[in-house]
Write a new protein. Structure first.
Length: 252
């Protein structure tokens, strides 16, 4: 690994402040994914394929899949080292990996993500070939063993079911529901007691379609086995599935 090569790797020291934490005083998963989103944007911008670079060509980035392996969550007042790098391509996907390390250089979190470049007008994906030469790929060093995969939804025991109407604060600069909101809604399907007695050790997300303001959504969570929960977020008006979130759980 070449952490001092700022073209290939972006390395950020991040303090875990109170507004990043959950009711346990740990970095919350929605906050973790907000940090991933922010460093991905920053590093892409440094290398000439960020938000403004794509916007000038009528394009934008969309997160399609992400998988995170959480060994231990940092706590309030901790400081972490967050590292990200473009880790390759897979068909239309541009891959980006992340690691989170503690102050004593222990690996806390490993993650990989798959992104699409989408045309603003047609909302159709394009291959990342135009920007590939600007991407300082490091395919020899990976945060996880495999790329983020398509989630296979199987039947299970009903766990929870609720509805939500996205509002203004849920919408991002691309005009659709921000990817971190789906994670927040899925976690909010957990009963408080269940959340406090268990921890999320792995998390996979597939973003399947755009969701928009004022469109009511259903969050249906099922338990497929003792360690696995799957949340499916669906738009009520047309029954279009917007996002699937798979959690691997273990007792604290």
């Amino acid at each position: 690994m070449e952490p001092n090569n700022s073209n290939k790797f972006l390395v950020k020291k991040v303090p875990i402040t109170s507004y990043f934490t959950d009711l346990r005083g740990e970095l919350s998963i929605p906050s973790l994914f907000l940090l991933f989103q922010e460093v991905a944007w920053e590093h892409a911008s440094i290398n000439g394929f960020g938000y403004n670079d794509l916007d000038n060509q009528g394009l934008f980035w969309v997160l399609s899949r992400i998988h995170a392996e959480i060994h231990k969550m940092p706590k309030w007042t901790d400081s972490i080292t967050l590292t990200t790098w473009p880790s390759g391509t897979e068909g239309a996907f541009a891959l980006r990996d992340f690691t989170v390390d503690s102050e004593d250089n222990k690996r806390l979190i490993s993650a990989t993500s798959s992104w699409l470049i989408v045309d603003i007008e047609s909302r159709r994906p394009k291959r990342p070939n135009t920007f590939k030469e600007r991407m300082p790929l490091c395919e020899s060093f990976r945060a996880t063993e495999d790329n983020a995969q398509k989630i296979k939804v199987s039947s299970g025991t009903p766990f929870s079911n609720y509805k939500i109407i996205p509002r203004i604060a849920d919408i991002d600069v691309n005009g659709h529901i921000n990817n971190t909101k789906y994670i927040e809604w899925a976690i909010n399907s957990f009963p408080m007691d269940f959340y406090l007695k268990n921890r999320i050790c792995e998390l996979s997300i597939n973003y399947l379609a755009e969701g928009f303001c004022d469109e009511m959504c259903s969050i249906i969570t099922t338990k497929t086995d003792e360690r696995t929960l799957i949340s499916e977020i669906t738009r009520d008006s047309d029954k279009r599935k917007l996002c699937t979130v798979q959690f691997s759980i273990e007792s604290k």
